[in-house]
Design a protein around this ligand. Structure first.
Ligand code: SGN
Ligand code: CA
Length: 532
């Protein structure tokens, strides 16, 4: 790895000192805070040009550091993304392919390697990997709702012990984060994974933000009423539309207290009852207006979709407000204790999300809004303020990046690349940087009915293959068609480009040792005499 700035020389020097068993007092290794939310997307971040909401504290990280415009999830779903982050390996290698998987916690992860190298490690908030965290000196993970956690009065598993906390999840997780930093062993650097539940479905805002956007009208995405013409079956057969999938009760909260008390088996009641009475009162007042409007207006067709979109945005964006405030609180705290500039701050989300684009919410697809992850970082000792990068990055790159920054050798079996050369060069990728990022989604048949697919994204194109109960290719010209409305696969004018992309896909799959499961099936089928 090329070393071209004093900061990296510093971290490497530290490692060699540590390796010799010499005292480390003189050289301070950087702390790492990895902030990750659940389902937050770049459209809802003002530093990405999003017009929906202001996120001043996330923007501060970007402005005083770097914004990555081309960072992609390799499997846009919670558990799989988290497993990729921890291991630096793709789903087919780390074994956690979908949310029904169980993480093999005995495998190598970057927190374990940092801990072995003398870091104090912690994880707070959403974990979602079923097995208990390993490699952390302190952990407190959301345990309720199948590890999705609750917004109100959330249950945690803290160093193996169950505990229920009073308050709002986003605030509580930050309290835990600050508590860990306060109580840490100050002779060691620390690495903390700070994982919010917000803004995950069913989008319950903090008490102080209930109803905050009641009078706001958000701009609709241009393709809110997408009819999927020219796209394949995968887009047409999904079940994640604002029109049909959003639930009146769970998602839109169109149920009064009285109605919930009449049917306490309703799922909305299971989260409503976790709120203290004064918050329930405020909730009732805020949603009464929405319920009344809905019942009075009796909308249908496009008008109803537009209305639902507004309610969805009001709740989703209000949960983001608390995330941003709490990031501000954590940054201020680090500043107060004099650790801010000695800490690599990373803000990202487990994947992006649809905010009405194509008529959808949720994620899972290799389409841009959810494959793309927000990624901003701040570390003034190595990153030039105001940097913007278009380097093609993946969530499997984080592990290598943190290891290199900490001066720890990157094991050869880690598949992601360190982003340190990009960080140190104000966002510019080295000449030999990858030409494509890889993607593979597996959770089908399942909730939201997004078919299995894999593919690559280059700077200008996307190629994807949907398989399993389907065999369809899609290709998008991202410069001409950033909203991915025109599938150009098979079009004569793109024939040469298509060949190139197919070859690059093959090369990428060879590199990461993943294969086309459908082709493999065909091969097996043909080779097996029993089927002849
Ligand atoms: C829940 C949600 C889904 C969501 C998955 C996975 N349904 O099952 O909408 O796609 O989580 O999300 S809900 O009815 O429980 O709200 S992930 O981010 O954890 O992968
Ligand atoms: Ca998620």
């Amino acid at each position: 790895m090329k070393l071209n700035t004093p900061s990296v020389l510093l971290s490497v020097t530290t490692l060699s000192l540590a390796g010799c068993g010499s005292p480390q007092k003189e050289v301070k290794r950087p702390n790492i805070i990895f902030m990750m939310t659940d389902d937050h997307t770049t459209q809802a971040m003002s530093c990405y040009g999003g017009k929906l909401i202001q996120t001043p504290h996330m923007d501060r990280i970007a402005n005083e550091g770097i914004r990555f415009d081309n960072c992609y999830a390799v499997n846009a779903l919670s558990g799989p993304s988290r497993a990729c982050v921890l291991t630096g390996k793709f789903s087919h290698v780390n074994g956690f392919t979908d949310n029904a998987s169980t993480f093999n916690g005995d495998q190598q992860t970057f927190p374990k390697l940092l801990q072995q190298a003398g870091y104090q490690t912690a994880v707070v908030g959403k974990w979602h990997l079923i097995t208990e965290p390993q490699g952390f000196d302190y952990w407190s993970i959301l345990s309720g709702q199948h590890e999705q956690g609750d917004y109100y009065t959330p249950d945690f598993l803290e160093n193996g012990q169950p505990v229920t906390e009073q308050g709002y999840a986003t605030d509580i997780i930050t309290d835990k984060a600050i508590g860990f930093i306060e109580g840490r062993d100050k002779s060691k650097p620390f690495c903390m994974m700070y994982h919010q539940k917000a803004p995950h479905r069913n989008w319950m805002p903090a008490p102080r933000h209930l109803g905050i956007f009641n009078n706001a009208t958000f701009p609709e995405p241009a393709n809110l009423f997408d009819d999927y013409e020219g796209r394949g079956r995968a887009a047409k057969e999904q079940d994640m539309s604002i029109a049909h999938t959003l639930r009146d009760d769970w998602d839109l909260k169109l149920l009064t207290r009285k109605e919930m008390l009449k049917d306490t088996t309703n799922r909305l009641y299971s989260v409503y009852k976790r709120m203290p009475p004064e918050v329930q009162d405020k909730w009732d007042a805020v949603y009464a207006r929405r319920i009344e409007e809905y019942r009075k207006n009796n909308l249908s067709g496009k008008a109803l979709i537009s209305w639902k979109y507004q309610q969805y945005m009001r709740d989703y964006l209000a949960t983001v407000l608390a995330v941003d405030e709490n990031i501000g609180r954590l940054l201020n705290y680090l500043e107060e204790i004099g650790e801010l500039d000695n800490t690599l701050i990373v803000y990202t989300s487990d994947q992006g999300f649809f905010l009405g684009e194509h008529g959808w919410f949720d994620k899972r697809f290799m389409y841009e809004e959810c494959q793309r992850m927000p990624l901003v970082m701040r570390y003034p000792k190595a990153i030039k303020a105001g940097s913007i990068s278009n380097a093609l990055c993946m969530n499997v790159d984080f592990a290598s990046t943190f290891l290199e920054l900490a001066g720890v050798d990157i094991p050869a079996d880690i598949q992601g690349a360190s982003l340190m050369p990009v960080l140190e060069n104000a966002g510019k990728a080295p000449a030999d940087w990858r030409k494509a990022v890889y993607y593979h989604y597996y959770e089908y048949p399942a909730e939201h009915s997004v078919k299995r697919h894999y593919g690559i994204r280059t700077q200008d194109y996307k190629l994807m293959h949907f398989y399993n109960d389907i065999d369809e290719w899609e290709m998008y010209d991202m410069k001409a068609d950033p909203r991915e409305m025109n599938n150009v696969y098979g079009r004569p004018e793109y024939a040469a480009r298509q060949q190139e992309l197919l070859a690059l896909l093959k090369e990428t799959q060879d590199r990461y040792q993943d294969f086309d499961p459908q082709e493999k099936e065909k091969e097996l089928f043909q080779g097996d005499r029993r089927y002849k």
